[in-house]
Design a protein. Structure first.
Length: 299
């Protein structure tokens, strides 16, 4: 679909990680660790997996508005699977995707879908009360945790009264039920790398409390769907396992970080990934897919 910029990503992808302990990589933001070409199809798969499990692309009750025509913004839209799906389904509504990187399709896209490059950690360049839905998925866990409250305030500010904000994130960590030792160790390392970049992989757990502290939102809802990662979780578990094989071919900068955090060589990390994925054949790690949505209080 004409995704731009892919060849510019991961400028250090030729970096040799033969012995990561000796390498001092250029500092690069955590947010860029995930956007390589191999992972774009995984982002598409994850959207359709979530749509299947929740039985809809979004949970906020705005279907009537989408049919008659409204404005939707997606923050950190990535390859824009969510927006492409909704824009085709609701031709009388207008959709805008924003991301810090141009992963979204530049040419072949519905007329009611536009994109902008912006950093969502800055004040969002939109007027107050502009959108009927402000949505974000699989983004919060990448952001510095001290910025999340600012982002929520911005999302509320640009949402129309009676409009909705919606978040969709996953909960899977070394303390999740059914996690085996190897997979748990890999997720522990992942958590340490997140911390290194001031991000919090468990931020979604606090989200409803953070929203409850706001005076201008109500009707806060949390919808959870559970799945078991790996073949013991059936077809959905196998799809999720494939999405998580990101660990196998993640950016070299991530590998350098996780090796340092777990005190492993690249060879040992590769073996850990193999062992962790083999372990999925005889464990049942539970993952939660969580949607949190809330209505902006009418003035
Ligand atoms: C894991 S992807 C999720 C993409 C999409 N929301 C989805 O569900 O498929 C995270 C996206 O957030 C974007 N992102 C991270 N930090 C950002 C920032 N500060 N401003 C804008 N986009 C950001 C990344 O570039 C990436 O495209």
């Amino acid at each position: 679909m004409g995704n731009k910029g892919s060849s510019r990503r991961n400028p250090k992808s030729k970096l040799s990680t033969a012995n990561v302990k000796e390498i001092v990589p250029e500092t690069k933001d955590f947010k860029y660790y995930f956007n390589n070409d191999d992972n774009i199809h995984r982002q598409h798969d994850l959207y359709f997996l979530k749509k299947h499990i929740f039985d809809c692309g979004i949970s906020s009750p705005i279907k009537e508005k989408l049919i008659t025509g409204c404005k939707v913004l997606d923050l950190g839209c990535g390859p824009a699977t969510f927006l492409l799906d909704l824009a085709v389904q609701y031709p009388d509504s207008n959709f805008l995707g924003v991301d810090i990187e141009p992963l979204f399709p530049s040419e072949i896209k519905p007329k009611n879908l536009k994109f902008k490059i912006i950093d969502i950690l800055q004040r969002l360049p939109f007027p107050d009360n502009e959108f009927d839905l402000v949505h974000t998925a699989s983004v919060l866990y990448l952001l510095p945790s001290e910025k999340i409250d600012f982002l929520i305030n911005e999302m509320i500010r640009i949402t129309k009264p009676n409009g909705y904000i919606e978040f969709c994130e996953s909960i899977l960590n070394n303390q999740s039920k059914g996690i085996g030792e190897k997979f748990g160790h890999l997720l522990h390392g992942y958590g340490l790398v997140s911390k290194l970049h001031k991000a919090d992989i468990k931020v979604v757990v606090k989200l409803s409390q953070m929203l409850a502290a706001k005076s201008n939102v109500n009707k806060i809802s949390v919808k959870d769907k559970l799945l078991v990662v790996g073949k013991n979780g059936g077809n959905l578990g196998i799809i999720m396992q494939d999405i998580l094989t990101w660990f196998n071919n993640s950016s070299e900068l991530f590998v350098v970080d996780i090796c340092r955090q777990l005190n492993l060589t690249k060879k040992q990390y590769d073996q850990l990934v193999v062992d962790a994925f083999n372990e999925l054949n005889f464990t049942c790690p539970r993952m939660t897919l969580r949607r949190v949505f809330a209505q902006k209080t009418p003035v």
